[in-house]
Design a protein around this ligand. Structure first.
Ligand code: ATP
Length: 307
């Protein structure tokens, strides 16, 4: 599923193969496989409880899998830790340390010299707009500022692979834009970024490839543009003054501003148009629409629930 021919020649930064993780009776991850290639922004998506954080924690060597293999920069989890950056889902920084002190400390822990750690920390505080907070204690920063500081803490040691669990959580729109720009800049520097996020518009704006996980399994995997193309003919936008009633092959109807968005099951847009014409329904506009990732996500996950 979702592999380019050229993928065979790309270097993998993260490889997950046949991963299984149980917590008691709960199967959190259920035979999950995917590959993240060097230099891409990869989205780890899925509804709450899908198994994203569990997968990330296994890659970070926090949990051991019950079965399967995970390879991080070509090594088992834990081996290349200094070359990996990690923003955990649960936030928490040392509240009594000053912002700059904290960053320097963390960068040194990951092997940077004091001078380099300080230089990087100052550059990054500037980049996220926290330069004037360098000598303030962490606890004096607002929640959003702490969130940005934690983002910086995950990458101040110049990691090749950056794993961000919900990086946009709790940020205002201006800071979301800032972070988006920084993530793109990190990719332009040649780094690999794996991010889990619930905001599909951000995933659409950033990710090259994605895996959509549901109940611990991959239900969509591959290049985002290919996935969107695959679903392009599955959605139709229709404007009509008439009440359309039940339509064959239409699995979902949403009405917004007098416009209907129809999600198609086993009917093509052409066939649907014929049905509408045959029924004498007046059509003001009819358009085959590209389906936003959010709708693809909802449709796939709902489809699984009914399977
Ligand atoms: P969210 O989007 O809500 O953060 P997620 O995709 O990150 O969800 P996980 O946190 O990996 O999902 O959880 C997957 C499943 O494993 C859920 O059913 C969850 O209740 C369960 N689970 C996760 N961590 C533990 C744990 N430490 N002990 C027991 N069950 C757990």
């Amino acid at each position: 599923m979702g592999r380019d021919l050229t993928d065979a020649h790309r270097r993998a930064s993260l490889e997950v193969h046949g991963l299984v993780k149980r917590y008691g009776d709960v199967v959190a991850v259920d035979d999950l496989s995917f590959t993240v290639f060097e230099g891409e922004i990869f989205g780890l998506l899925g509804p709450n409880g899908a198994g994203k954080t569990t997968t990330i924690r296994i890659a970070m060597d926090i949990f051991k899998p019950d079965r399967g293999q995970v390879s991080v920069l070509g090594h088992p989890p834990g081996v290349a830790q200094d070359r990996v950056g990690y923003l955990p889902e649960e936030r928490g920084l040392y509240p009594d340390l000053k912002a700059l002190e904290l960053l320097v400390y963390l960068a040194e822990l990951k092997g940077l010299s004091r001078a380099r750690a300080r230089e990087n920390s100052l550059v990054w505080l500037e980049r996220v707009g926290l330069a004037e907070w360098a000598t303030h204690k962490v606890k004096a920063l607002s929640r959003g500022m702490q969130q940005k500081l934690q983002f910086v803490a995950s990458l101040v040691h110049d990691p090749e692979l950056l794993i961000l669990d919900e990086p946009f959580q709790g940020l205002d729109p201006v800071n979301v834009e800032l972070l988006k720009g920084l993530i793109r800049a990190l990719q332009a520097e040649g780094r690999t970024i794996v991010l889990s996020a619930h905001q599909m518009n951000l995933v659409e704006a950033l990710c090259d490839r994605i895996v959509l996980i549901n109940r611990g399994r991959a239900v969509l995997y591959g290049r985002l543009d290919e996935i969107k193309r695959r679903y392009a003919s599955r959605s139709v936008r229709l404007r009509t003054p008439a009440v359309v009633g039940d339509l064959p092959g239409v699995v979902d109807v949403r009405r917004r501003d007098g416009m209907l968005t129809l999600t198609l099951g086993d009917i093509t847009p052409q066939e649907l148009l014929r049905v509408l014409v045959d029924r004498g329904i007046p059509i003001e506009s009819f358009e085959v629409a590209s389906m936003p990732l959010e709708e693809i996500f909802i449709n796939v996950v709902r489809g699984e629930e009914h399977a």
